[in-house]
Ligand binder design. Structure first.
Ligand SMILES: [Zn+2]
Length: 477
């Protein structure tokens, strides 16, 4: 019924009648805007509407009635389109959330919670489950930690996945639940999975927007009608890197990230199939003329994005994106997205994975869709073990330090975990110069660091306190 009402509303609007009041359950609805060229896409992005996809000269946006009217008045060619998530949800409600294998089926928030709590009890040696905050409607924001010695800080790289920050893009949650289960069951029996668990601190947030998924029908936005992937601090728009005024889900991820040291991550979406890498923002705020926004780590981002796409069943075969990857701004600019925030503010390289054209696929297709991501989620994660790693310590005391590590020519900074002093900087093979800095210490420069295609090159660095005498300086490196 709600779906039919939505269609009626669209028809009325297109006929130019006076807009009726917004339906309370769906303040935003999908529409398509004609975008004749790349400049038009950028002009549309500058209107602060939530663009979801650009394909074949059409941009899919999620807009209110007012936004729709404003765009139309400004001369944009715009029309409402059926909400495929709503239609898919109707089918799911009629047929149920479960396929033959209940594990390879859709999970409600309550079912997911029970599953995660059960696993945390069953695998206490390698799993911890914590809530890093609560959603607008009070649901737990679950964060899973999987590693050996989960209560001990160790010299291991940290990696994270975050799924379903858009509540109607649910496939990522099921791919993550499948990954969690494989890691838990495979530890001690599968050599590759055992190695990953033992040598990596793996963080997985299977559902960042539980209120969006639990809404009927599921919604892109959180319960305050905010697109969480436009709610992070904007670099180009001189936005302060604080949680002030942000949504509780956004603030929870920001606050949690500030306590951890992951250096590679991905966030999982649906509605297209492509690996999208930074930068999403153009170099200046709402720039109409930028056609691509290349970071200093473009070589790394392209490599890790291909690692996912080439290991995926179909992504690499894309006819819309070469190799199934794209620079974010080259597709359409996003301001306030999570991936740019991770890269520019947090020392974590993040990409955005669009897993499937359909946001809520039929439940019968879930086993196949999950399976075609199984190799990719591991192949991507394994990149956290490439590049350069090491320990940064006080040259005199050997104490681990809170330090910042940079590759010469690149602004991106990797932070050490001060409890251990370890850093992990992903690079592609090559020869690099590292600079290592810590407050109160003389900076160190290490040249000719050779990185191969194998495991990370180890570079341990001992820093000398500022003001130490000349003899002490010999202790460097
Ligand atoms: Zn999304």
């Amino acid at each position: 019924m709600r779906f039919a009402a939505g269609l009626m509303l669209a028809v009325v609007l297109l006929a130019g009648a006076v807009a009726t009041a917004q339906p309370a359950h769906a303040p935003y609805a999908p529409a398509e805007v004609r975008v004749e060229d790349a400049t038009a896409v950028r002009r549309l992005a500058a209107q602060e509407v939530s663009i979801d996809r650009v394909r074949a000269g059409r941009a899919r946006v999620y807009v209110t009635l007012e936004e729709f009217a404003a765009l139309e008045a400004a001369g944009w060619e715009i029309e409402w389109i059926p909400d495929e998530a709503t239609a898919a949800w109707k089918v799911l409600h009629e047929q149920g959330l479960k396929a033959d294998d209940p594990l390879l089926s859709y999970h409600t928030f309550a079912e997911m919670t029970a599953l995660l709590q059960g696993w945390a009890t069953q695998y206490p040696e390698i799993m911890r489950l914590t809530s890093i905050g609560t959603s607008v409607q009070g649901r737990a924001l679950w964060m899973v930690k999987i590693t050996d010695n989960p209560d001990v800080e160790e010299d291991e790289p940290e990696f994270k996945y975050i799924a379903t920050m858009h509540g109607d893009e649910i496939l990522g949650t099921e791919v993550m639940l499948d990954l969690i289960r494989r890691l838990l069951e495979g530890h001690g029996t599968d050599e590759r999975l055992t190695g990953l668990v033992n040598e990596t601190v793996i963080w997985i947030m299977p559902m960042m927007n539980p209120d969006g998924w639990e809404a009927s029908p599921p919604r892109r936005f959180n319960a305050n009608n905010v697109d969480l992937n436009r709610n992070f601090p904007r670099w180009a728009c001189s936005d302060a890197n604080t949680t002030t005024g942000r949504q509780v889900e956004t603030a929870a991820v920001m606050n949690w990230s500030a306590t951890r040291f992951e250096t590679l991550s991905a966030n999982l979406h649906g509605g297209e199939m492509v690996a999208n890498y930074p930068l999403d923002e153009c170099s200046t705020c709402n720039n109409f003329t930028c056609t691509v926004s290349i970071s200093q780590d473009d070589d790394v981002f392209q490599a890790v994005s291909r690692a996912y796409s080439f290991a995926h069943g179909r992504m690499w075969q894309s006819t819309d994106f070469a190799d199934g990857i794209t620079n974010g701004a080259a597709w359409y600019p996003v301001y306030g997205g999570m991936q740019d925030w991770n890269y520019r503010y947090m020392g974590c390289m993040e990409i955005t994975l669009e897993l499937e054209d359909v946001k809520i696929p039929p439940v019968q297709s879930l086993p196949g869709l999950i399976a075609e991501n199984r190799e990719a989620v591991l192949a991507y994660m394994e990149w956290v073990h490439r590049g350069v790693r090491g320990l940064v310590r006080d040259a005199h005391t050997g104490a681990p330090l809170a330090a910042r590590v940079r590759v010469a020519g690149r602004a991106f900074t990797t932070r050490t975990n001060p409890a251990v002093g370890n850093f992990h900087r992903v690079t592609i093979p090559g020869t690099y110069t590292l600079t290592v800095e810590a407050d109160g210490y003389l900076p160190a420069t290490i040249a000719d660091v050779v990185v191969t295609a194998g495991g990370a090159t180890r570079v341990d660095v001992n820093l000398v306190r500022e003001g130490a005498n000349a003899f002490d300086a010999w202790a460097v490196h």
